[in-house]
Write a protein that binds this ligand. Sequence first.
Ligand code: MN
Length: 202
Amino acid sequence: MAIFHYDHDLPASFIPSEMIAVDCEAMGLNHFRDRLCLIQLSNGDGNAHLVQFHSTYEAPNLKKVLTDPKVIKIFHFARFDVALLQQYLGVLTFPLYCTKIASRLTRTFSDRHGLRDLCKDVLGVEISKQQQSSDWGAEKLTDAQQHYAANDVLHLHALKKQLDKMLLREGRAELAKACFDFLPARAYLDLSGWAEEDIFHH
Ligand code: MN
C-alpha cells in the first residue's frame, strides 16, 4: 500500500478508474461550521491519494473527477460527504454508490452498519477508528492520521463487491440504485434546513 499526499488539489496526471472510493475528513459534523480538511481517494488498487485543504478550495483536477459522469464514486455514508463537498467545493458529486445504504438494504439482520463493523463482518478486516476525532485541520497531518484516512477508502471496492452480491440475491439492486440516485437531493435537503425533518413522514 502506498499513500500519496497532495496539497490543494490532485495532480493533473491523476487518472481515476471507473469506480473510485472517496471519503472526507472535516473539523466536525456541522456542514456550516466545520470546514472540509481532507479528501481521500482510492482506485481500488491498494493505494490511497490524500488531498489536504488549507485555505482555498479551487482544486480543478479533483472537481473534474468528482463530477465525471463516467466515474462512480463509492462512499460510506455518502449523504454527509456529498453535502460537505457541495458546501466547500461547490460541486455536485455524481454518480454515487453508498456502502452504508447497501448494507442497510441487505444486512437487515444487523444494526451494525458503521464502516468498522462492515469491514469486520463482511470482509474479516479489522480497521482502527482511533484517529477519527483528531485535528484534521492541522497544517501537517501525522503518519497515524494519514494511515487512518487512507484506510477509510482502501476497503470500499471490496465492500461494494460483496454488498452488490447481496443486493442481487435479495432482489434490491434497483431499489439501492434509486436510493443512490436520490443522495444528491438528500444532501441538498440537509443543506437547505431539512436535515432532521423527514419530508416523507406522514
Ligand atoms: Mn473517514
